[in-house]
Design a protein around this ligand. Structure first.
Ligand code: ATP
Ligand code: MG
Length: 261
């Protein structure tokens, strides 16, 4: 199996990018896949959510982007999730400014990944809620984009900016970049609005919408404070089961792709 490099992106904040990244990484690891989770967000939530203490990080994605360190040296192992993490800490916020002056600034992550991607089945990139240079590095390094969306009124608002950015990235630098799919998150089956927006997303995205819906589930919100994915923290929780299903659906997508469907 070749390496699937997936950017988890949506410039809208709080839609479940990090929750999806951490739980999908843990779910894929549980299915015996070798996974690298790249934390491209200066908030470092994917790092702490994987059980890694930000103050323990000597070198991380910041040093990698600036070319001061390679991924092999910077990666850490999530003992809870059983996957590798290229961690972030607050220094990463400065990378935006420092990278602007560098050459090949959009391809830094892609170049760094080329040396290690053979070691992994999946590389998941947790992007920040912006469309700036860090996310651009994610979109240039990735083959596929997975977009988490909440089922609320403004769900589709702003997605056109992401689509426009993806179009530009395709034209200029990464022609094979593709949407693997949109995943509905924080869904409440008691809410009529959730149901209505979910239907709209179905009409809008058709086959590109994952069948699996991630419910609003308190276990998913609690798990990061224990440095764990929900799948590890409470495997029987509805949210954990949904992320395991999402991992199955993702694997099936790639199997079908291989068959040329
Ligand atoms: P940001 O844009 O800030 O990076 P994000 O898109 O990565 O945010 P998350 O951090 O994953 O979003 O989620 C935002 C908040 O909602 C977090 O507190 C998280 O624990 C909670 N959350 C995410 N998904 C769910 C869910 N399905 N059910 C309940 N809470 C959730
Ligand atoms: Mg996040």
């Amino acid at each position: 199996m070749s390496t699937h490099i997936i950017a988890i992106a949506n410039q809208k904040g709080g839609v479940g990018k990090t929750t999806t990244a951490v739980n999908l990484a843990a779910a894929l690891a549980l299915k015996k896949k070798k996974v690298l989770l790249v934390d491209l967000d200066p908030q470092g939530n994917a790092t702490t959510g994987s059980g890694i203490n930000k103050s323990d990080i000597q070198t991380g994605v910041y040093q990698v982007l600036l070319g001061n360190c390679d991924i092999q040296a910077a990666k850490l192992f999530s003992k809870t999730g059983r996957y590798d993490v290229l961690p972030a800490n607050r220094e990463l916020a400065g990378a935006e400014v420092e990278l602007v002056q560098e050459i090949a600034r959009e391809t830094r992550l892609k170049n760094a990944l080329s040396a290690v991607k053979k070691d992994y089945d999946f590389v998941l990139i947790d992007c920040p809620p912006t469309l700036t240079l860090l996310t651009l590095n994610g979109l240039v390094a990735a083959k596929d984009i997975l977009v988490p969306m909440t089922c609320e009124y403004y769900a589709l608002e702003g997605i056109s900016d992401l689509i426009a950015t993806v179009r530009k990235v395709r034209q200029v630098i990464n022609p094979k970049l593709d949407f693997i799919g949109v995943v509905r998150t924080q869904y409440s089956n008691k809410s009529l609005l959730s149901q209505e927006v979910s239907k709209q997303l179905h009409e809008h995205f058709g086959k590109k919408l994952f069948n699996t819906i991630i419910p609003r589930n308190v276990r998913l919100a609690e798990a990061p404070s224990f440095g764990q994915s929900a799948i590890h923290y409470d495997p029987k929780a509805k949210g954990s089961i949904a992320y395991l299903e999402l991992a199955n659906e993702l694997l099936a997508c790639y199997r079908n792709e291989k068959k040329g469907e």
